[in-house]
Design a binder for this molecule. Structure first.
Ligand SMILES: [Zn+2]
Length: 196
């Protein structure tokens, strides 16, 4: 269990991890806190955007779309490896998922396959939306993967979490396939190596 990081500490933690940070518009006050609770936080969720083009992807993650208001994540990681901060507080990214998965994340145990949608993940997960078409063919540049590893490691370090606190959306619910194009196990290995 952990209190969400402050906006100032988030920026600092990312920069300390060597991440290039862009602060988007009024991200520090941009959230869905009026619609539900935020925190305590238990983990970090990785997504792909299923979009193309950095600028419009960042705008989409900030603004949301019809029927799904933004922010759609706390950060949008573009192909060039920049972390664009898009929200602070509750964000519309995780949706409903499996409480057994949440328990495993909290205990940092191996994850069970998700088969229920009984828990609101927007309360307790940080979210990073990563620019990718999500078709399994669109490449994930090394700069982008490095930025994902570092951004996740920054939050893990802040909270004293290990790499098992980082999950993919597809590990939260069987309704989702993201992120597609790399495995979460491989990503967690890299995060664990970075955390040392
Ligand atoms: Zn997702």
């Amino acid at each position: 269990m952990a209190t969400p990081i402050t906006a100032a500490a988030f920026v600092q933690a990312l920069k300390k991890e060597g991440v290039r940070v862009e602060e988007v518009r009024d991200w520090r006050n941009h959230n869905r806190n009026q619609q539900g609770s935020w925190g305590p936080v238990h983990g970090i969720m990785i997504h792909h955007t299923a979009t193309e083009g950095a600028d419009r992807t960042v705008d989409l993650v900030y603004d949301g779309r019809k029927g799904l208001p933004g922010p759609l994540a706390h950060g949008c990681i573009t192909k060039d490896g920049t972390v664009h901060l898009t929200g602070h507080g509750r964000a519309n990214h995780a949706g409903s998922g499996d409480d057994d998965v949440l328990r495993a994340v909290i205990a940092e145990r191996r994850l069970p396959a998700p088969n229920e949608r009984n828990t609101d993940g927007n309360v307790c997960f940080y979210g990073f939306e990563c620019e990718n078409r999500g078709d399994g063919k669109d490449p994930w540049p090394e700069e982008q993967i490095t930025a994902i590893v570092r951004a996740a490691a920054a939050l893990c370090r802040h909270h004293g979490w290990g790499a098992r606190s980082v999950i993919g959306h597809l590990e939260w619910t069987n309704q989702k396939v993201d992120p597609k194009g790399f495995t979460m196990d491989k990503l967690r290995e890299r995060i664990a190596a970075r955390l040392g």
